[in-house]
Design a protein around this ligand. Structure first.
Ligand code: HEC
Length: 715
């Protein structure tokens, strides 16, 4: 937070790093000319998800600077759907920008004008967002890999046509090769793109939070043929290391521990870094007693073979849904006089874990500390959890009466009363029965899928949410009808035990039959939508019972029939999660005092913060004299050699902002038509630098609905 002369030095180092980076980049696709001065950086692409396989969210471009950024103007707009969400970080190669529409069509746009060159429609409907693409080239041939629900398509970037020799007529089905014969029922969706290492495409996927969920194998496919080359079992099979961290045989029924957030690659060393999420079911782990390796783990795998090199587990036996939420960022720091190639992994709980990326050893000490034990029958919590001692957490980790909202006296009284009826305040407090436990930072972090940017000098830029959520457990009803049993085990998670949800994020399903036809409900169930995962395995008798229950037309009310159904594959856990809930005041604002969202710059050479500012506002609170509260955000930052940080992310004020990378000073902002809940990209075409961001209305249903890519440049 202090501005010292050391910053000047850091930035001098940054520029040298940039020059070197510029020369090293020569010869990569998307980059024709790079000059030391930066002014003739004619054609600099954004050639991988998050700017590069190191996930640095960094561009060597220097045309836009802190001095001139205030002159940025919108230069084109491409509309990408009337409703729905976009979370895409587009790819830019040789002056063409590749993006998705909300319906998951792939479009190629002239990156300078936004004019459409081609589009590809896979014919798949009811989509969930897809965050990016992978690009492969051997210097002659080029391939664009698009991630559409459970499929990966290999497209010809010239015309958008699938390459028939890849997989089955141009695509591979990620539900296959997971060791499950009836693969059609597996909930498997590619939300983040894979990484390319030589001729391998390495991928993860999103799956269900409840059982049955797919086991989160990490897989590598041949970029040309689509043939599986290796597979790493994140839930170890008998004989594999880590098997002993589960009950014997549990692997067959276990699921998840998947990589949904993306990966990073050290191309030179051939190491792929894969952060995983929690095991299913998220909140009750009696059937998975043990540490549950390799769930919630940062894996360092030999990219050529899939062999495990080292691992670091961020949460042991997770029962809080503390997935590693974003791909890690690779960087180089100087620590105690020594240069270390490091890796920084953000978390939902507010820790940034910084490790030596060759050895996996912590750069700053990580301690195992004791946390409370569970009082729920069958649950055995881990006695300790890893705590990063440096840098300091980038979100508050303990909710106390002294930081509860004081927005109005009435609000304070209300949230104080609710707070006193809840359990927990700090980290890793296990959920109890029939009482809400505070989860702070909330289920959406801390950090989320946007991840972090880093300068060549080792300054990491990270946005974070800073609001409390709550969760709890309840005993499964023994006399539930079949439909209710399915609902409680698969849907109550988000739509709540009483079907009331937690609007607006998690819609109420009370009287849903009056708003949607059974067919429409079925489409939602099988396809998912936004943050709702798909349930393709819910078919036949179970689907009929569920639809009947939701629409009030279920006829089987015989007590215990639900349990019978449970024995046919529904999650049989005796305790169930009561639903994701934000801890908010009566007007829908967070129950804690601001900041509710922040942007942070941390010097990872020292572990100290350089600056930290609130990010985002509620326009109506600004009018009431409450500006700069910060707000929830999704999508990460970008940092440039020109010294500018670009970030959208904020939901309610719908802005793209530019900050001075050295000081955190807000330099410029533009209002977008919809919220820029995606990571921007920056690139140059014919010597002109552009900044583009995907904007969409899905996160704030009360705001304007639509979706577009908006590009800015200097006049
Ligand atoms: C992980 C959280 C989650 C789970 C589990 C989940 N949903 Fe959803 N559901 C959502 C969210 C979020 C939305 C809103 C999606 C959007 O806006 O695109 C939604 C939307 C819906 C809708 C549309 C509601 C409307 O008003 O348009 C239906 C119907 C629905 N869900 C049914 C189900 C059923 C049935 C299940 C269980 C099989 C289920 N959901 C499980 C999160 C979830």
């Amino acid at each position: 937070m202090q501005r010292t002369s050391r910053l000047g030095i850091l930035f001098a180092v940054a520029s040298v790093g940039f020059l070197l980076a510029g020369f090293l980049l020569l010869g990569l696709p998307g980059l024709h000319t790079v000059s030391a001065a930066g002014t003739t950086q004619k054609q600099v692409g954004w050639i991988a998800y998050n700017g590069g396989k190191d996930n640095a969210h960094y561009s060597p471009l220097t045309q836009i600077t802190p001095e001139n950024v205030s002159q940025l103007k919108q230069v084109w707009r491409f509309d990408a759907g009337a409703s729905g969400g976009l979370q895409t970080n587009p790819l830019v190669v040789d002056g063409t920008l590749y993006a998705y529409t909300t319906a998951l069509q792939v479009v190629a746009l002239n990156a300078a004008t936004g004019e459409k060159q081609w589009s590809f429609d896979s014919g798949i409907t009811a989509p969930q967002p897809s965050r990016g693409f992978s690009w492969w080239s051997d210097g002659r041939k080029k391939r664009l890999y698009a991630f559409i629900m459970n499929y990966v398509y290999a497209l010809n970037p010239e015309d958008g046509k699938p390459i028939p020799s890849f997989g089955e007529q141009g695509r591979i089905d990620l539900r296959k090769d997971l060791g499950v014969e009836e693969f059609q029922g597996l909930p498997v969706v590619a939300t983040a793109p894979g990484v390319i290492f030589h001729n391998l495409l390495i991928v993860g996927f999103r799956t269900a939070e409840t059982k049955p969920a797919a086991r989160g194998d990490i897989r590598a496919y041949d970029v040309k043929t689509g043939k599986l080359q290796w597979s790493f079992h994140t839930i170890p099979h008998p004989g594999e290391s880590g098997y002993e961290t589960w009950p014997a045989g549990a692997w067959q029924k276990a699921g998840a521990a998947n990589n949904w957030s993306g990966m990073a690659l050290d191309e030179k060393r051939g190491i792929v870094y894969v952060p995983t999420g929690s095991a299913a079911s998220d909140f009750y782990g009696a059937d998975r007693a043990g540490k549950n390796l390799y769930a919630n783990t940062l894996l360092a795998l030999d990219a050529a073979t899939g062999k495990l090199l080292w691992h670091f587990q961020g949460v042991h036996h997770d029962i809080w849904d503390r997935d590693f939420p974003s791909p890690p960022t690779l960087l180089t720091v100087v620590h105690e006089g020594k240069k270390i190639d490091a890796i920084a992994q953000p978390t939902k709980q507010g820790f940034l874990f910084v490790l030596d990326r060759v050895t996996g050893k912590p750069v700053f000490p990580i301690e195992e500390r004791r946390f409370p034990t569970s009082d729920v029958e069958g649950e055995t919590t881990s006695p300790t959890q890893p705590v990063s001692t440096m840098p300091a957490p980038y979100a508050r980790q303990e909710l106390t009466e002294s930081i509860l909202s004081t927005r109005t006296p009435a609000v304070h009284e209300q949230v104080l009363k609710e707070f006193r009826a809840m359990k927990g305040a700090g980290l890793f407090v296990p959920m109890s029965l029939n009482k809400q436990t505070i989860v702070f930072p909330g289920f959406d972090g801390g950090a989320e899928w946007g991840g972090s940017a880093v300068t060549p000098a080792g300054v990491l830029i990270l946005n974070a949410n800073d609001i409390p959520w709550t969760g709890g457990l309840t005993k499964a009803k023994a006399d539930a009808s079949p439909g209710e049993t399915v609902y409680q085990s698969q849907c109550a998670f988000c739509h709540g035990k009483e079907r009331k949800g937690d609007p607006p994020e998690f819609p109420s399903l009370v009287d849903i039959g009056g708003r949607l036809s059974e067919r429409e409900i079925e489409q939602r169930i099988h396809g998912g939508s936004g943050r709702m995962p798909s349930f393709p395995g819910l078919t036949g008798e179970r689907l009929r019972a569920l639809l009947g229950y939701l629409t009030g037309t279920e006829d089987t009310k015989s007590p215990g029939a639900g349990r019978e159904l449970a024995s046919k594959g529904v999650d049989e856990a005796p305790y169930q999660f009561t639903g994701y809930r934000k801890f908010q005041d009566k007007d829908g604002y967070p129950a804690v005092q601001p900041p509710w969202g922040t942007l942070n710059a941390i010097d990872l050479n020292t572990g100290k913060y350089l600056w930290r500012v609130p990010l985002g506002e509620y326009p109506e609170l600004v009018k009431q004299g409450m500006p700069n509260t910060g707000s929830e955000g999704y999508g990460g930052p970008v940092v440039t050699a020109g010294g500018v940080v670009f970030i959208g992310a904020t939901i309610y004020d719908r802005k793209l902002r530019a900050f001075d990378a050295r000081t955190g000073k807000l330099l410029w902002s533009a209002e977008l038509p919809y919220a820029g809940t995606a990571t921007p990209a920056t690139y140059s075409v014919n010597g002109k630098q552009y900044v583009v961001i995907a904007a969409s209305g899905a996160r704030d249903k009360s705001g304007p609905q639509g979706a577009a890519y908006i590009a800015f440049a200097l006049p």
